[in-house]
Design a protein around this ligand. Structure first.
Ligand code: CTP
Ligand code: MG
Length: 340
């Protein structure tokens, strides 16, 4: 069962706030990186619009949701009118051909993935870029994350640090059974929605001011976030306290057996109610993170019996370091050593 223990938060936790904040500052993408991204997007737009004049190019993922750092790739979604789904693979192959002609490097069409893409590298900057077609859910969830980020900077601070930790500790690899960056950001949003006093509201529970219909599913929420700038003002917790509480939650308090975290509801909901209690196909539901719009998607579905242990051990390691270490920022971000 879930281990639940309560430890008193160490009294000097706040001493680590300045170090964490300067780490956050240093992770923000440089102007140079942003200029390279803009350049890549421009040459891509030129290439695509010659062949598909009616196509629209949307940015999604960390280059557009404000959670990107100086290592982030560029994620692009092409919106093209196609008659049927079967055309997507053909379209991606044609796109790959066009981009090869226009001298992009390492052009590769991956048509068998859950979300089929063309991968390219920009010869000038070396930046890599994934291009998908008509994946408007990604466009909608990118805007949702960006809007949450504008409400309270504590979200950006927490999520940058958590993503950085996950990369260094080797638990940000979906193909190896750990979690995506997207999943970590949702975990941070959900966590801040549940602080007392709350730091973030639940935008999908408010009167919608933005709606995008994707494949018959309504993606709707309150997006006038400039009206919510003071939402979290009553909560005085520092970033060190929040990071401590985040890892303690995932190490010792989350009910892995019964609960699903849901940004859509601003709360946890039960696995029972989602029918996520038994394994269906490869979906094991060992850690449950509901996608805010594609609500049948569990972003934890990539996690298996072995990697759930790895993840929980890493959460416990981080929580313990933040509780007891004299210089937690060193041990916390120590790269995981695959050799030993
Ligand atoms: N995405 C999604 N469903 C998933 C995984 C990803 O819709 N199961 C979409 C989201 O829009 C997400 C984007 O794909 O923002 C990119 O995902 P990911 O690479 O996990 O996140 P990034 O924010 O791009 O992070 P990184 O900085 O690591 O590139
Ligand atoms: Mg990305």
């Amino acid at each position: 069962g879930t281990r639940r223990w309560r430890v008193e938060r160490r009294h000097d936790i706040d001493a680590f706030t300045p170090g964490l904040l300067s780490l956050y500052e240093s992770l923000n993408p440089s102007e140079e990186h942003k200029a390279k991204q803009r350049q890549l997007i421009e040459s891509l737009t030129n290439s695509v619009s010659k062949e598909w004049p009616n196509a629209q190019l949307h940015l999604y993922g960390s280059c557009a949701n404000s959670f990107g750092n100086s290592h982030s790739d560029v994620d692009v979604c092409l919106q093209i009118d196609t008659a049927a789904e079967e055309n997507i693979a053909e379209l991606l192959l044609a796109l790959a051909e066009t981009l090869r002609k226009d001298d992009f490097d390492n052009v590769e069409a991956i048509t068998s993935a859950r979300v089929p893409i063309v991968k390219i590298a920009d010869p000038g900057s070396g930046l890599s870029c994934d291009i998908c077609v008509n994946n408007l859910f990604a466009v909608a969830n990118t805007k949702l994350l960006k809007d949450y980020a504008q409400i309270d900077e504590k979200l950006l601070q927490l999520a940058f640090i958590v993503k950085h930790w996950a990369k260094l500790r080797g638990v940000n690899e979906t193909y190896l059974g750990t979690l995506s960056s997207y999943a970590y950001v949702l975990m941070c949003i959900s966590f801040l929605q549940q602080r007392e006093p709350k730091i973030l509201p639940c935008l999908q529970a408010m009167e919608p001011t933005y709606t995008l219909v994707v494949d018959g599913t309504e993606c709707a929420y309150f997006d006038q976030v400039d009206q919510l700038k003071d939402f979290g003002a009553e909560n005085k917790e520092s970033i060190a306290e929040l990071l401590w509480a985040f890892f303690h939650y995932w190490a010792f308090h989350h009910d892995y057996r019964n609960d699903v975290i849901s940004v859509r509801m601003g709360n946890t909901i039960s696995k029972q109610e989602k029918n996520w209690t038994t394994r269906v196909g490869n979906d094991r539901h060992l850690i449950c993170i509901e996608d805010p719009f594609e609500t049948s998607h569990d972003l934890g579905r990539v996690v298996d019996r072995q990697t759930i242990r790895v993840l929980r051990e890493e959460f416990e390691r981080a929580a313990t370091i933040l509780q007891y270490d004299d210089d937690p920022c060193v041990a916390l971000f120590e790269p995981y050593d695959y050799e030993s």
